[in-house]
Design a protein around this ligand. Structure first.
Ligand code: 5RP
Ligand code: CA
Ligand code: ZN
Length: 226
C-alpha cells in the first residue's frame, strides 16, 4: 500500500492521508508540487475545500530563507505588541504550527485563480528542483495566496503533521521536497470529512488513501535500510 502511495506521489497523482485520531483527525489531499496543474487545483478546491498549502522541507526552507510565521511575529513584537499576544501557544492538537509566509508568483494577476495558484506552486517547486534559490525574491511576491509550510527538521521523526508526512513521501519517492496539501472538508456537515467518506471517495476516484501511521512506519523502515 505505501509502495502504491509512493508511486502515485511520484507520478503526480493525488494521495489522501489521514493524520491520526489523536491529532487533527483530518485527511489531506497531497500532491508533489512539481506536478501541480490547473486541473489539480480545481479538483482540490472543489473536492477537498480546505486551505491550499505548500509544505517544504526544512533544508529547502533554509535555502529559500523562509522562517516560521511565529519567528516573524516574535521578531516584530517590540514594534507590534499584539503579535506577542497572538502567539499560537495553545494549539489543541500539536505543539507548533507549520505556517510560514504566503506567496504569489510575479507572473500571476490576483494570485487566487486556479491557474494562478497552480502557477505559483509549480514555479516554486521548479525553482527548488533547479536550486535557483537566489531568484526566489525576484520571481515571487509576498503576501500572496499560497501558504507555505515549513516542515520540522527530521520531519516525521520529530513532528507528525501533514506537512512532515508530505515531505516524508517526497523523500521516499526521491522527488523535490515541495508538496501541496489541502484538508478534505464535508459539504454536508461543514466539518472535516470522516474517514468512511474519504474511503468511499478514494474508491470512486481510484486514489490511494492511507494513515499517517503507515507513512511514519514506512519512513522509519526507509531510514533503517539506507
Ligand atoms: C494548513 C493546516 C493543515 O492541517 C495542513 O495539513 C498542515 O498542517 P499540519 O502539518 O499541522 O497537519 O493546518 O491548512
Ligand atoms: Ca491544521
Ligand atoms: Zn494537517
Amino acid at each position: 500500500m505505501i509502495e502504491d502511495a509512493i508511486k502515485a506521489f511520484k507520478d503526480g497523482k493525488i494521495v489522501l492521508i489521514f493524520d491520526n485520531d489523536n491529532r487533527e483527525r483530518e485527511t489531506d489531499m497531497i500532491i508533489a508540487a512539481e506536478h501541480m496543474t490547473t486541473e489539480h487545483m480545481t479538483t482540490i478546491r472543489n473536492e477537498a475545500g480546505g486551505l491550499v498549502c505548500v509544505p517544504l522541507s526544512a533544508e529547502v526552507s533554509d535555502k529559500l530563507g523562509i522562517p516560521f510565521m511565529t519567528d516573524i511575529m516574535d521578531a516584530a513584537t517590540e514594534k507590534y505588541p499584539v503579535l506577542g499576544e497572538l502567539s499560537p501557544n495553545d494549539i489543541p492538537y500539536d505543539e507548533k504550527s507549520a505556517f510560514s509566509i504566503t506567496v504569489n508568483h510575479r507572473k500571476t494577476f490576483t494570485g487566487i485563480t486556479d491557474s494562478d495558484r497552480a502557477c505559483t506552486i509549480k514555479e516554486l517547486a521548479l525553482l527548488c528542483k533547479n536550486e535557483e534559490y537566489d531568484s526566489f525574491g525576484k520571481n515571487f511576491r509576498a503576501p500572496g495566496h499560497v501558504t507555505l509550510l515549513r516542515a520540522t527538521e527530521g520531519h516525521v521523526l520529530k513532528r507528525q503533521g501533514h506537512t512532515e508526512m508530505s515531505i516524508a513521501l517526497a523523500e521516499m519517492a526521491g522527488t523535490t521536497p515541495v508538496a501541496v496539501c489541502c484538508e478534505m472538508m464535508d459539504d454536508e456537515t461543514g466539518g472535516s470529512m470522516t474517514t468512511d467518506k474519504v474511503a468511499k471517495y478514494a474508491e470512486e476516484k481510484e486514489l490511494i488513501f492511507l494513515s499517517g501511521d503507515e507513512v511514519i512506519k514506512a519512513y522509519h523502515e526507509f531510514k533503517e535500510n539506507q
